[in-house]
Design a protein around this ligand. Structure first.
Ligand code: ATP
Ligand code: MG
Length: 631
């Protein structure tokens, strides 16, 4: 029996689930009416597996729903409370951002950007990033945002793939006190890309840049345009954006999202999961370069006219107290971050958050990886002071919005640390075996989604064939996300790690999350990663990598024995790693996810494959060295 926590916000709307269960199409039909449409749809869902079109015949605009609809009531309300890494700050109202977006939409038009064209955006976390995205959406251009930490090669690949004629960048961005020369990176990326016609440069850091014939300055362009640009009336399935996945399991995939369905999904989940109110100060720490930033920094908060904090820099800069300082300064009420960030904060110790006033918080969330129960409890106690519900939201770039989460805005149920709880209303998610048959409760298997949902990707950009094989070929007419999971007796879902990473030991299958959470529950352990490597006798053996908390003095031999004992007691002798390696950091994607496939490749003496989204090459070098030393 896992520990449960009874904490909600007192909401209980049973009707919503009842309606969703009886007919998911008419349920979503009703939700879509929360948005402003230019013309209504004729058909709720056109499902020609594996392609889904939502709200067929309806016309809508994302930028209109994010901005125009708030002008009468909220034009002087703050949309973005921006905090620069260097301490700069800006307060941008709904009225101001509306003008900026219209002007920038006119800038794009003046450069020849038309409906359906792709526009690449490579900007740091500054307000001009959502402004540029909403301007694209306004005129029906498809934005493709690239995380501002990526290299010239990554940009070249993505710009080439999307054939963007216009790129929006900045002279530089601040990261850990240093200037990242974004414009130079773009110059390198596009030397061979003749189809790129214009590069728009925002001056953020005023560092020296070279100006080519393609370059135009953001401010100069903005001086010469009108501040009125009506939103285009676009079909519901008009492509809103292309976004590449995090690349945890290999080469990133170019996910294409539409408009009407996507916005419906976001509008609903932002209300149900975050219980958003007009008075809230929302803060999501995700970079807009990832889907969490697209959905829950840009689109969902804007659809609701919410006020949010946007932070430019690294979460531990200039020191480990930065996040708590921001929460205190802006009186944040809803905080949404990642398990990887929480493990880092936890590693720094409780004294730091304890010295800040975090009493404004009323709701906490996580996304990105399974959250270890130990980390969940720390978040609940040390940050939420045992009064804030935690939503553990499972979703993917491909799903557009969250699909599994506790929804305190509509219901109150007991929480179990480490479980995302249940699917959102209107989606049919279950756990199946290799043959696609539902497994019994508490049996491990593969997560599948049995009906289309509004935020579902349209396809992979320019690659319907890959779209079909990656997501729709394992099971007929069922979406396969590639995650390993189980459903317990109460119908709660537990995400156990990537299906590709499952540890197969002597006929038993263990999800990486099970073993890693066990190791992380040792008081000295900050993070861990497990993977399987081939073994002549046993077929496969487990190796594990462990990062210790700051200031731990325990001897590694003693610690290894303690960890092995813990694993034997909590999971069973079968899960005992052949070797535990102590390292100072784990290889992660830029979005903060552990890249177990690299550990596996090192353990296997194999080539390590696509590392374009790797955060820090030094982690790989260290892991390899520690591994080789113990061979
Ligand atoms: P790629 O598909 O390129 O390998 P990625 O899967 O890491 O990269 P994302 O779309 O950013 O790209 O991540 C989605 C994945 O993150 C999910 O499939 C799941 O494995 C993991 N994930 C996200 N949220 C959660 C969560 N709350 N609990 C468990 N796992 C999660
Ligand atoms: Mg993925």
């Amino acid at each position: 029996m896992s520990e449960t926590f009874e904490i909600g916000l007192g909401n209980n709307d049973n009707n919503l689930r009842k309606k969703a269960d009886s007919d998911f199409e008419s349920f979503w039909d009703e939700q879509a009416k929360n948005l402003s449409w230019f013309s209504p749809w004729e058909k709720t869902l056109d499902w020609q597996p594996p392609f889904a079109k939502w709200f067929v015949g309806g016309t809508i605009n994302a930028s209109y729903n994010a901005l125009d609809i708030h002008q009468e009531t909220k034009s002087s309300k703050s949309a973005i409370l921006w905090e620069g890494e260097n301490g700069d700050s800006r307060n941008i109202t709904y009225g101001e951002i509306f003008i900026q977006v219209q002007k920038f939409a006119n800038v794009l038009k003046s450069l020849g950007v038309q409906k359906g064209d792709r526009v690449t955006i490579y900007l740091p976390m500054v307000p001009e990033l959502p402004i540029a995205m909403l301007a694209c959406a306004r005129i029906g251009a498809t934005h493709t945002v690239i995380f501002s930490g990526f290299s010239a090669t990554s940009i070249k690949d993505r710009v080439f793939d999307s054939k963007s004629k216009v790129i929006i960048t900045a002279d530089g961005g601040y990261r850990r006190g240093k200037i990242v020369p974004l414009k130079d990176v773009v110059d390198d990326a596009i030397t061979e890309l003749d189809f790129v016609e214009h590069v728009i440069v925002l001056e953020r850091t005023k560092n020296k840049i070279s100006i080519t014939s393609k370059d135009k300055l953001w401010t100069e362009l903005m001086n010469n345009v009108s501040d009125s640009c009506p939103a285009e009336k676009l079909p519901s399935d008009h492509p809103l954006y292309i976004l590449y996945t995090s690349g945890t399991t290999g080469k990133p995939k170019g996910v294409l999202h539409g408009t009407g369905g996507y916005l419906t999904h976001l509008h609903s989940t932002f209300k149900w999961a975050f219980d958003i109110k007009d008075s809230d100060i929302f803060f999501c720490t995700a970079d807009i370069g990832w889907v969490t930033g697209h959905s829950y920094v840009v689109y969902a908060p804007f659809l609701h006219g919410a006020t949010q904090v946007m932070y430019e820099g690294a979460p531990d800069f200039p020191d480990a107290s930065r996040m708590w300082d921001i929460l205190q300064k802006y009186k944040v009420t809803i905080f949404y971050t990642t398990p990887t960030a929480l493990r880092m904060f936890m590693k720094f110790g409780d004294d730091i958050p304890n010295s800040f006033d975090l009493s404004s918080l009323r709701l906490l969330g996580t996304v990105g990886e399974p959250i270890n129960p130990e980390v969940w409890k720390w978040y609940f106690k040390t940050i939420g002071k045992e009064k804030c519900p935690i939503i553990d939201t499972w979703w993917q770039t491909e799903t557009g919005g969250m699909l599994i989460s506790f929804l305190p805005g509509i219901e109150t149920i007991p929480l179990k640390p480490g479980s995302g709880t249940r699917p959102i209303p209107g989606v049919n998610i279950t756990v199946v075996d290799e043959n696609g048959d539902d497994v019994a409760p508490n049996t491990k298997g593969y997560l599948v989604i049995k009906n289309p949902w509004p935020g579902m990707l349209l396809t992979l950009w320019n690659d319907d064939a890959k779209y079909k094989t990656v997501y729709w070929s394992k099971y007929e007419n069922c979406y396969y996300p590639g995650d390993y999971a189980l459903k317990d007796d109460d119908g709660y879902l537990w995400l156990l790690g990537r299906a590709d990473d499952v540890l197969k030991i002597a006929g038993h299958r263990i999800g990486t999350a099970e073993l890693e959470s066990c190791m992380v529950s040792h008081p000295d352990v900050a993070e861990s990663a497990a993977c399987g490597i081939p073994d002549e006798i046993k077929g496969e053996v487990i190796i594990a990598f462990v990062v210790l908390k700051q200031g731990v003095i325990n001897d590694s031999n003693v610690l290894e024995k303690q960890l092995v004992d813990k694993i034997r007691t909590d999971i069973g002798a079968i899960a005992t790693p052949k070797q535990i390696y102590f390292v100072s950091k784990l290889p992660k994607t830029r979005s903060g996810k552990i890249m177990r496939r690299l550990l596996k490749a090192i353990g296997n003496n194999e080539q390590i494959g696509d590392v374009s989204t790797l955060e820090d090459g030094a982690a790989v070098t260290e892991v390899k060295q520690v591994f080789d030393e113990l061979q």
